[in-house]
Design a protein around this ligand. Structure first.
Ligand SMILES: Cc1ncc(COP(=O)(O)O)c(C=O)c1O
Length: 393
């Protein structure tokens, strides 16, 4: 039997009765946009994350755009983003008229390098937009200190990190704003597009709430221009069914990640980078001194609680990644490349004349994500490990 990269039906099948009840409740209510279901979701999601309030929106992308709009970011401003992330992170910045400034990442944890962020600050910088890629928090302690010193805002892209923690605090609770995605393959996966916005300051939250409905306040009066960023009631009701299960989903992903690491780390061609403290590359990135390995396992900090939206390994060497993926495919194992081209190399961003980001460029040629979804069975992950060990020889 093939082992897919993810299988949404297994999770949904287990909840089918509750999901059906929730949809029936909404269908009978006659209330399909915003409303009570959405407000209940907002309260439950805020409580889950330890945030004071949250705003349910139409997608993770829209949560990012709304955060940037509510932060007052626009033409003439610069926003620092990681070079290695999903397109939306920087696409939203550009859509406000501001300039995305692409900054390099750590090649081991895949997140923004604080030193590089500091070096990219200018008098036009209005915000830093860290992404907690693949479910591991960026170095928020350092990034918040940099932002505070520079007097710029922080907007966290938590699309892939709902429930992840950094020094015990949930991602999304550090910055002025945070954007969460409920895209179906995320750890809290919805049934279509939807997302959530967190805003620390009440005034920011209130402004975002008005911008969510075309900048309308009061009804049919528009002090500013917003858009339709509303969430459907059906979506909210279905997501509410999954919220109580999120921690067990995250736990199951963690179990899968631990298993991959434990079973692969001892192979002589595998490198599992470790540290007992802060970034081992602080100050001087020594990725040039990486030991020779055919497979590099993902690196996690001891102070981070990772939720493993993806389990991403690196396969260095010309043609090796393609060979590895072909081998997995032959064994019926799904994999994906998140992401094959850094944002600074995307055609649409060339007018911004982005600086080179060598770590992001290297990682983009080597990364491969493996099946990690919570319902992956023990025998399936065993098959994945066996297949990888056979490829390594
Ligand atoms: C890092 C990152 N940012 C933003 C988004 C956008 O979220 P959505 O797909 O819900 O619009 C995603 C989702 O794919 C993402 O992975």
């Amino acid at each position: 039997m093939p082992i897919p990269l993810f299988d949404l039906t297994r999770q949904n099948d287990a909840l089918m009765e509750e999901l059906t009840d929730a949809s029936t409740r909404v269908l009978r209510s006659g209330q399909f946009i915003l409303g009570k279901e959405m407000e209940a979701l907002e309260a439950e999601a805020a409580a889950l994350l330890g945030a004071e309030r949250s705003l349910a929106v139409s997608s993770g992308t829209d949560a990012l755009l709304l955060a940037l709009m509510a932060a007052g970011i626009g033409p003439g401003d610069e926003v620092i983003v990681p070079d290695f992330t999903f397109f939306a992170t920087a696409g939203c910045v550009a859509r406000t008229g501001a300039r995305p400034v692409f900054v390099d990442i750590c090649p081991l944890c895949f997140n923004l390098l604080p030193e590089a962020v500091e070096a990219a600050l200018t008098e036009r910088t209005k915000a830093i937009l860290p992404v907690h890629l693949f479910g591991q928090s960026a170095d928020m302690k350092s990034l918040m200190a940099i932002a505070e010193k520079a007097g710029v805002k922080v907007i966290e892209d938590c699309a892939q990190s709902i429930g992840a923690k950094h020094h015990g605090t949930a991602t999304g609770c550090f910055g002025d704003f945070a954007a969460i995605s409920f895209f179906p393959t995320k750890n809290l996966g919805g049934f279509g597009d939807s997302g959530l916005l967190l805003a620390k300051a009440e005034a920011d939250f209130d402004r975002a709430k008005i911008l969510r409905v075309h900048g309308m306040e009061p009804k049919y009066y528009h002090p500013e221009i917003g858009a339709n960023f509303r969430m459907d009631a059906l979506q909210a009701a279905l997501l509410r069914v999954k919220i109580p299960h999120l921690s067990s989903y995250n736990e199951a992903r963690r179990g899968n990640a631990d298993h991959y690491k434990q079973t692969l780390a001892d192979h002589s061609d595998v490198w599992l980078p470790t540290t007992t403290g802060d970034c081992p590359f602080r100050g001087e990135c020594n990725c040039k001194d990486e030991p020779e390995a055919r497979l590099i396992l993902p690196f996690t900090y001891p102070h981070n609680e990772v939720i493993w939206n993806q389990f991403t390994v690196r396969i260095p060497g010309a043609g090796q990644r393609e060979d590895f993926r072909a081998h997995l495919q032959k064994d019926g194992i799904g994999s994906e490349i998140y992401y094959p081209l850094p944002l600074s190399q995307q055609e649409c961003f060339q007018p911004y004349k982005p600086a080179e980001c060598p770590n992001a460029a290297k990682v983009a040629t080597e990364c491969v994500s493996l099946p990690i979804f919570p319902e992956l069975r023990e025998d399936e992950r065993e098959t994945v490990v066996k297949s990888i060990l056979a490829w390594l020889g």
